[in-house]
Design a protein around this ligand. Sequence first.
Ligand SMILES: *Cc1c(COP(=O)(O)O)cnc(C)c1O
Length: 384
Amino acid sequence: MTAPTRLRERIYMSSPDVGAREEELVVEALRSGWIAPLGPMVDEFERQLAERCGRRYAVALSSGTAALHLALLNVGAAPGTVVIVPTMTFAATANAVVYTGAEPVFVDCDPATGNLDPALLDQALTALRREGARVAAVVPVDLLGRSVDHTAIGPVCAEHGVPVISDAAESLGASHAGRPAGSFGIAAAVSFNGNKIMTTSGGGVLLTDDAAFADRVRYLSTQARQPAVHYEHTEVGYNYRLSNLLAALGLAQLERLDAMIGRRRALRAEYDRLFADVAGVSLFQRVGDQYDNCWLTAILVDPASAGWAADDLRSALDVCNIESRPLWKPMHQQPVFAGARSFLTGAADRLFATGLTLPSGSALGPEERSEVMGVIGDFLRDRR
Ligand SMILES: *Cc1c(COP(=O)(O)O)cnc(C)c1O
C-alpha cells in the first residue's frame, strides 16, 4: 500500500463539529456583555441539559473531571475510603478519585460491552465490606457511549448501601431502559471536551435530582464563597464553573446533538458493512447499539482467524495520516496505578489487546469518510 501523494489534513477519530450556529451564538454572547464569567446562557444551558437528561438540576462546570471530583467529595470520598471504578475507562475517572484522597479500586468489565461487570462488582463490594473497607461510591462508566446496565448495577449498589455516581462523560444522548444517560445514580457527570459527542471546547456538567447536592456543587465550584458582602470562606473551594461564552457554544451544540448522533450512527453502519464478511473481526458493542450515542466505533480483531492484528490496521491507517487507537488501556495496567487493588477477569486486558477505535466523528465529510473506508478496504483486500 502506498501513502497518498497529495497533502491532506490528518483525519482524527473525533474532531469538534462546529459551524455557523456555534459562531452565531458565541458572537451573541460576546456582544451581550456577559463575559465574566457566568451569565444567562449558562442558566439556559443548564436548564436544557437537565431537561435532556431527565434531571431536576444541572450545574455547568469547567470539565467532566471537575463534575466527578465534586460529586465524589459530596458523597464523602476522602482519605481512608475507597471508590470502585471500572478498570476499562479513561484515566480521568480514577484521577478524580485520587484528588479526594480516596483510593481507587478497579473492577473488570463485561466483555461484550466493556462496561462494569455487575456480578464481579457484587463480589468486590462483598469482599471490601468483609474487610471493613469504607466504600464511598461506585463510579460506573458508559464506555464509548453505551450506557451501563444500571438495571443490574443499581440494586447491587443499593444492597451494599453504596451510592452510584454515573460517569456519563461519553454517553450524552444514549439511553438505558427508556431513561436517558445522565439520569442514573445520585449524580452523573457529562463531559463537553473537544473530542466528545458535543463540545464546549472544554466543559462538563453535574446532573442530580437532589437540590442540596446541586447547591453544594455550585458552592464548591465557585471558591466556596459564603453569602457575605466581603469574601468569607469557611472551606476550601474550587474554580470549576463554565463560562457564559462556552455555554453559548454548548447551546448551539445541543440544538444539533441529535443530528450529530445520527451521523456517527450512519458511520457505524458503514463500518458494519465494511467488516461484515471479514473473518476474525467484530464490531464492538454492535448488539443493542440502537440505544447508544455511537460516540466512538471500535472493532475487535482476533489475529488467529483474521491473519492480522489490530495494530497492523492502525499502522496502515497512520501511514495514510488517519488516526485510530487501541481501546482505553485498563487502569490496573497503568504505571501510575501500579499496586492498586483490582478485581479482574481478564476481559479488559483482552479488549485492550484486540480493540481498535476508528475515526467516528460527526464532522467527517463525505471525502474523508470514503478515504477512511478506501484505506481500510485496500488493507483488507491485501490480506485476503
Ligand atoms: C472524557 C472523559 C472524562 C473527563 O472529561 P473531561 O471533560 O475531559 O474532564 C471522564 N471520564 C470519561 C470516561 C471520559 O471519557
